[in-house]
Ligand binder design. Structure first.
Ligand SMILES: CC(C)(COP(=O)(O)OP(=O)(O)OC[C@H]1O[C@@H](n2cnc3c(N)ncnc32)[C@H](O)[C@@H]1OP(=O)(O)O)[C@@H](O)C(=O)NCCC(=O)NCCS
Length: 181
């Protein structure tokens, strides 16, 4: 991997670049608004980006609740794949989740996505089951993978203040309708 790739916390300013990669990568992409809500409203969500020369070229994120964590998405922009960036992002995310108290991480991956499966296996994930017709675009099955060998907690870890959350406007959710108010 080129030395000038940095991994850092995703912020609001990254939403356009992240959405562009998401749209170019996935058949059923998350919207910009979904990512925005993750940053601003989901207290369980943590997202990282890979950046080089001021350009966002990949991202990875997860939800963490107590000792459980679930990786929601990982993608690297096409021209930058195969250079170790996906590995670095996933390693840094696992480290982050471990530091926050996660004892294990889970994820789903398409049965046809061997590249991603190879990456996850090399980082300690094992397949523990299949979710039938998990993907809505082509009804493809997913492997459910689990990593129970999380990185050692870093002694000097302290979480940076959350820029996106700090600026967030408070949104009230109507519990009857589920709509934002
Ligand atoms: C999956 C993805 C994130 C991996 O990122 P990447 O930067 O290309 O991967 P890396 O260069 O870090 O490679 C990591 C590992 O992936 C595997 N890999 C990489 N390229 C591969 C290829 N062409 N074929 C098979 N395995 C491959 C290898 O195990 C590799 O480890 P190694 O280099 O030590 O052999 C990236 O390819 C991507 O964005 N794909 C599309 C989106 C996607 O599938 N996301 C995952 C959804 S679950």
């Amino acid at each position: 991997m080129s030395a000038d790739v940095i991994i850092r916390r995703m912020g609001r300013q990254d939403l356009d670049a992240v959405t562009d990669i998401e749209n170019a990568t996935f058949a059923v992409p998350w919207s910009r608004d979904s990512f925005r809500r993750e940053l601003e409203q989901n207290v369980a969500a943590r997202y990282l980006v890979a950046e080089t020369d001021g350009r966002v070229i990949g991202y990875a994120g997860a939800w963490i609740i107590l000792d459980e964590s679930h990786i929601t998405n990982i993608a690297v922009a096409e021209p930058f794949r195969g250079q170790g960036i996906g590995r670095k992002l996933t390693q840094e995310l696992l480290q982050y989740l471990s530091n926050l108290g996660a004892g294990y991480a889970t994820l789903e991956v398409r049965v046809s996505n061997e590249r991603a499966q190879n990456l996850y296996r090399s980082l300690g994930f094992v397949s523990v089951g299949k979710r039938k017709r998990y993907y809505e675009d082509n009804q493809e099955d997913a492997f459910l993978m689990v990593c129970e060998h999380m990185p050692e907690v870093q002694e000097d870890f302290s979480e940076e203040p959350w820029p996106a959350a700090a600026n967030a406007e408070k949104t009230e959710i109507n519990l009857d309708t589920g709509h934002e108010e």
